[in-house]
Write a protein that binds this ligand. Sequence first.
Ligand code: GLN
Length: 286
Amino acid sequence: MYLSPTIANCLKQSAQLAEISDSPRLDIEILLTHILQKNRTYLFTWPEQELNVEQAKVFNEFFARRLTGEPVAHIIGQREFWSLPLMVNNSTLIPRPDTELLVEAALGLFGEDEGNQSRRLLDLGTGSGAIVLALAHEKKSWQCVGVDKELAAVELAEKNRMQLNVHNVNIQQSDWFSALSSEASFDVIVSNPPYIDLNDEHLKEGDVRFEPLSALIADNNGLADLEFIIAHAPQYLTANGWLLVEHSYDQGSAVRDLFATNNFDHVNTLRDFGGNERVTLGRKIS
Ligand code: GLN
């Protein structure tokens, strides 16, 4: 039976995505808002509107790609993070909503007045630039640096910086701290490093299959990069400077121990939207 390519009929195709996606309807809504350049309210308001020939062709192509499991963010080349539209590609992680917790925690470190003073912030393994761009966008008085060891990620983060018109961020290529001057010092260091174990079953499902392992996995049960960052951060922090890291739901206790043995106090772990331990922070003891 021929179905005219209306918005409603496109949305009906979500049933076919049930096998590969946890959010089939939302996936199609996002594909449609991208193709039609309209917001989601438009889709609900005009379900009978037909896609033109070109739009229908693009929709069919996008839908076929989604059926193979390709992430929606890669298909449209974009993912929203902290309400900012970020370009994404397969060189790095697709920003996750849980990571907004890290942004929120960093913004909450200082009281209203104090937080609006000039601060220096470093984002290690910035990827698309999601964390550092969200923070710099919120705090125009902060001077921020985002580093990544992958050149393709550095290029992507820089493109995002330019597109979002953020001027208080410097994006650089660096393997963690390696390219920073030994004199560099920051009030806040944040990182969402790779923290998954290579043998984790979770790597075989969903969007992660399309993301680079360099952004996902770490040795030592996923703890190796967290260990390195927590051990070296004090050298690059000002007196009373803060370190905040994202980690796996089952690494909270190990990460708190690492903070405690590396000269941090005020160590605290925050839970994500799913109630899992996700972000740990601590203040350098000076
Ligand atoms: N939280 C992501 C996931 O579980 C992984 C992010 C990371 O390794 N930094 O898919």
